[in-house]
Write a protein that binds this ligand. Structure first.
Ligand code: ADP
Ligand code: MG
Length: 329
């Protein structure tokens, strides 16, 4: 009798799985100055739209917190008060800045949100037509220094010590938004999906057929050619490259990633792809490796558990971190 009861119980538990087949639903939307592609697995269109709507509102919320373009954001307020006084901010922004400083420390300053102190010189919107003056860069690069960002945890305040300093989250914001949107959907019962912020993505769960999500990595120097595939199981993957956002001045190509030591854009690599448990970390590290270069970058990645990296140099050469398992094609 007991066995029978148990059998009926387990049949009831299985019932929803037999009758509901799940599907994948996608939406493209322009947020944070880039294309987001939101994929969710849901029972029906209405449920999927609910999840997508939640993800969009979460990304918009983060954008209004961290954007340095919008003058009303807390980030802009911190920048306006540089050299004047500390600014009390939401704990969420405070903690993000705290993590950014940690990443700066662990990358010997290759990643530095105060790179933005020089973003009035390096504009990637087509408005500059000739290479900036070396002296101008020299006099501005001194404002890039994460050690001059003063955090006061008791007040939840942030102070940029010197007038002229500025912070920006261009190298970590999309990854952070992808993580937060995913977290929200998981907390609301979203079983699987991918938040893809123009190639910076966080995936969870599996496809409706129980297969893991698969990503293809292309060589930026030959975009039509996929050179590796790998499954993405509760993991994030982010690519930083010089092939999408760059400027050409006097015949020379300048990437949008700035070396905080010199104030000049970094050269030598075509793309850096980082895999990590969270997109925020992957995003920040992809930018850092771009600055650190092949040898120092891979050396640092090899020391971080659960983080992998693939670099394509500007000659098309492929360099991988020590523990990565990819299916090469
Ligand atoms: P993408 O925007 O293509 O995903 P990244 O994540 O590498 O690329 O971010 C590059 C952006 O990060 C730049 O456009 C700029 O806003 C900012 N940035 C540039 N150099 C640095 C740096 N050394 N540290 C932190 N942020 C940077
Ligand atoms: Mg980045």
């Amino acid at each position: 009798m007991l066995t029978l009861k148990k059998t009926i119980f387990s049949l009831l538990l299985l019932y929803p799985i037999w009758t509901h087949s799940q599907d994948t639903f996608r939406k493209d939307v322009f947020l944070m100055g880039c294309d987001f592609d939101i994929t969710v697995v849901a029972d029906n269109e209405a449920e999927a739209q609910g999840f997508i709507h939640l993800a969009i509102s979460e990304i918009k919320r983060i954008e209004s917190l961290i954007s340095s373009w919008s003058s009303s954001s807390q980030t802009s307020h911190i920048n306006r008060m540089a050299g004047k006084e500390p600014v009390v901010v939401d704990p969420e922004l405070f903690q993000l800045i705290e993590r950014c400083i940690q990443i700066s420390k662990s990358t010997d300053g290759a990643f530095d949100i105060s790179y933005a102190s020089i973003d009035h010189i390096w504009k990637f919107d087509g408005s500059i037509t000739k290479a900036p003056n070396k002296e101008e860069i020299k006099s501005s690069v001194k404002y890039i220094n994460y050690q001059e960002i003063v955090l006061n945890p008791a007040q939840s305040s942030v102070f940029l010590k010197t007038k002229g300093m500025k912070i920006g989250f261009g190298a970590i914001g999309k990854g952070y938004a992808a993580d937060k949107a995913k977290e929200l959907l998981v907390s609301k019962g979203g079983q699987a999906g991918i938040i893809n912020a123009s190639g910076d993505m966080n995936a969870w769960g599996t496809q409706p057929n129980s297969e893991p999500w698969q990503i293809a990595i292309t060589n930026p120097l030959n975009k039509n050619k996929v050179f590796a595939r790998l499954p993405l199981k509760n993991r994030s993957v982010v690519t930083s490259g010089n092939y999408e956002k760059f400027i050409v001045l006097d015949g020379k190509r300048y990437s949008h990633i700035i070396d905080p030591r010199t104030g000049w854009p970094c050269n030598g690599l075509a793309s850096v792809t980082v895999l990590a448990p969270k997109a925020e970390l992957a995003d920040a590290l992809a930018t850092s490796v771009f600055v650190m270069g092949i040898e120092a970058g891979l050396d640092r990645i090899n020391q971080i558990p659960n983080v992998d990296c693939i670099i394509i140099d500007d000659q098309g050469g492929i360099h991988k971190s020590a523990h990565i398992e990819i299916e090469s094609l």
